[in-house]
Design a protein. Structure first.
Length: 435
């Protein structure tokens, strides 16, 4: 985001939540920005971050793909159902030679726990009129002028009241205060965008219920030696989703298995002062959700896995200019049980495992580097409710975070129980087999 700090900017902060007789008050917020200077060592890696030219990580210009600034609401688009599509028209500079769309997504209300949603036929047969449906699969689809250019199969971020509040005291869910973002390579489509006209980027969510908050940043690399670049889309393949649902239930007990896959491939060339460079982008996704309903629907057990592979390969006729590979594996396992104890008393227990496994590798004329992140959480929470009021509760959570790259490593393991940290260990020592 270096380019955003080169001139004066407006920073907007918005917090939306329930305000009633219980939840009242005013937020006082202090913001601090930390600047990290480039170190002399590891020069190749630093060129990725701050260097000029094709393959540098820092874009020359960042354009918001969001609603216009308002004083009374958030800037994100609000996707309310599966047919709802929102976006923004943008005109890019005529000397752009690379473009990447960075997307943020955050589901709430009926889709906050989308991965637990029942199939519609199960809801209908059991007359569960208040239960959110459309099944447990969601896909954020990104379009450029009505053509699909990328897809996002999101990580299951759980906020601090989610599933069981006692899971998140004081350790919060992965991503709950630092939403993951998702990059989509737009460079193959610059031939369309470089015509001096406005073009629309829009967002929709497959199977969506109300509501998904979505916005994005369009990162642009500009050719300082040219006033005009040229390009052409060579190939664009977006086969439809491959989806299967196997459903077997009797009354409120049943088993459901959802499998989905998708691939998106595009390639195109851009002519700039860097030469004629052909960029090929590929996205591949695999999804599986196994869900079981037991104890007359009071116990839900699910295991969901999302695999995503992305690659970007930019080449001149005889040599590679830039390459980027990213593998992500998202998993959630959840067992949630509700037991009626009589006299208006309900016991609720939850066992949860949540993880991100990410491997990335990047190379260009500046050098190459690789990185791996493993972030895992497991926890158990218990609540006892009387007439919907909390009587008792406890929770314990453990998190194991491991980062490794060519230059550094970091490890932290923390464990808590009933609001108290029991164990906290960290290290920046690399093992021989890392990353």
């Amino acid at each position: 985001y270096r380019s955003l700090l080169m001139k004066e900017q407006t920073l907007a902060v918005y917090i939306g939540n329930i305000i009633d007789n219980t939840y009242t008050g005013v937020y006082h917020v202090n913001l601090t920005i930390h600047f990290y200077p480039v170190e002399e060592q590891n020069h190749g890696r630093n060129r990725f971050i701050s260097g000029d030219g094709f393959g540098s990580m820092a874009a020359d210009l960042i354009l918001p793909v969001s609603r216009n600034l308002s004083l009374n609401d958030g800037l994100w688009f609000e996707i309310e159902n599966s047919t709802h599509v929102l976006g923004k028209e943008i005109e890019i500079p005529q000397n752009t030679y690379r473009a990447v769309l960075e997307v943020y997504v955050s589901p709430h209300e009926n889709d906050e726990f989308w991965y637990t949603n029942y199939p519609n036929e199960y809801i209908y047969e059991n007359n569960l009129t208040d239960a959110p449906g459309n099944g447990p699969f969601r896909e954020v689809v990104v379009r450029l002028d009505d053509s699909i250019v990328g897809s996002i199969w999101p990580f299951t971020v759980i906020y601090t009241g989610g599933v069981n509040p006692f899971l998140w005291r004081p350790i919060s869910g992965i991503g709950s205060f630092d939403l993951p973002s998702y990059d989509i390579e737009i460079t193959p489509f610059l031939g369309k965008l470089l015509d001096g006209k406005n073009h629309s980027f829009t967002f929709g969510v497959t199977n969506a219920l109300n509501v998904w908050y979505i916005d994005a940043n369009l990162h642009l690399w500009l050719d300082e030696k040219s006033d005009k670049t040229h390009g052409k889309l060579l190939k664009h393949s977006t086969p439809p989703l491959s989806l299967s649902l196997v459903s077997s239930f009797s009354g409120a007990n049943g088993v459901f298995t959802t499998n989905v896959s998708r691939s998106i491939v595009s390639s195109g060339w851009v002519k700039s002062s860097h030469g004629v460079i052909t960029t090929k982008s590929r996205q591949e996704f695999t999804y599986c959700n196994s869900m079981a309903m037991k104890h007359d629907g009071n116990l839900q057990v699910l295991d969901q896995m999302i695999y995503s592979k992305g690659s970007v390969d930019a080449r001149k006729r005889l040599s590679s200019v830039f390459r980027d590979k990213l593998f992500r594996r998202f998993r959630i396992y959840l067992s949630a049980d509700n037991v009626d104890k009589g006299n208006g008393t309900l016991a609720s227990t939850a066992d949860l495992r949540l993880s991100i496994d990410e491997k990335s590798r990047r190379g260009s004329c500046f050098g190459s580097w690789k990185r791996r992140i493993k972030n895992r959480q497991k926890g158990h929470g218990y609540m006892l409710l009387k007439d919907s009021n909390l009587v008792d509760g406890l929770g314990e959570t453990q998190q194991d975070y491991r980062y490794s790259s060519d230059e550094s490593c970091y490890f932290r393991n923390v464990r808590s129980s009933n609001y108290t940290i029991l164990h906290d260990e960290d290290s920046n020592t690399c093992k021989n087999n890392e990353p």
